[in-house]
Design a protein around this ligand. Structure first.
Ligand code: SF4
Length: 210
């Protein structure tokens, strides 16, 4: 795929959705961090249901620590892997209180040092809470980047690095959300909706269902 096509793809996504954002509900960087930790292998909808109960009770590291392990679990037990996630969240809260003034750090190394936070989560926080032009490659972005020819790569990291190289600067901050939304609702895993796709004429996928 050439750069002219890439620019056209993002131009169309921007026209259709000028201010894309996450579907996770949050009001502070800390709430977003907790929601993203909870979202591993879970749906945003499921996470939003749980955080709608949790955040009014506890939306700071101190308040979540005050809930304790069992108290926290009681609020998130509808989410998959909630035992491990609860433990990671408590450890993360302890580190935030002890080393970051109870704030979410705006720095990749510090974010990735938090339990339950890997490169992908750090990228989401940097991008969505702090407006950095990072791109978190999840399963949707990995698929869309490879299928379309936008930024092919064998691993999520390879796709991330290629996207950062080829996405024009003006689109880089929002690229993450346009790509995820496209993968989630149009270029779906099993049956991509090529007939309704905004970028079908620009996509290199050989098995388009047009
Ligand atoms: S044309 Fe089909 S395969 Fe290509 S991006 Fe659109 S939905 Fe995905």
């Amino acid at each position: 795929m050439n750069n002219q096509k890439r620019r056209e793809i993002f131009t169309r996504w921007r026209e259709a959705n000028p201010k894309p954002t996450t579907e996770l509900d949050y009001t502070t960087p800390f709430e977003l961090l907790i929601a993203v930790i909870l979202s591993a292998q879970a749906t945003d909808k499921g996470v939003n249901k749980a955080t709608a109960r949790l955040f009014p009770v506890a939306n700071t590291p101190e308040a979540i620590l005050a809930l304790g392990l069992e108290g926290l679990k009681a609020h998130i037990r509808t989410i998959g892997l909630y035992n491990a996630k609860a433990e990671n969240i408590l450890k993360t809260c302890r580190i935030l209180v002890a080393h970051h003034g109870s704030q979410v750090p705006r720095e990749r190394t510090a974010l990735e040092a938090l339990p339950g936070v890997g490169r992908k989560t750090a990228n989401v926080i940097l991008n969505t809470a702090f407006g950095e032009p990072t791109i978190a490659v999840d399963t949707h972005i990995f698929r869309v980047a490879n299928r379309t020819g936008l930024a092919p790569g064998k691993t999520p990291l390879a796709v991330e690095q290629r996207l950062l190289k080829v996405v024009p600067a003006e689109f880089r901050r929002d690229a993450h959300h346009w790509l995820i939304l496209h993968g989630r609702y149009t270029c779906t895993a099993r049956a991509p909706r090529c007939g309704d796709c905004l970028i079908a004429d620009l996509c290199d996928f050989k098995e388009k269902t047009l």
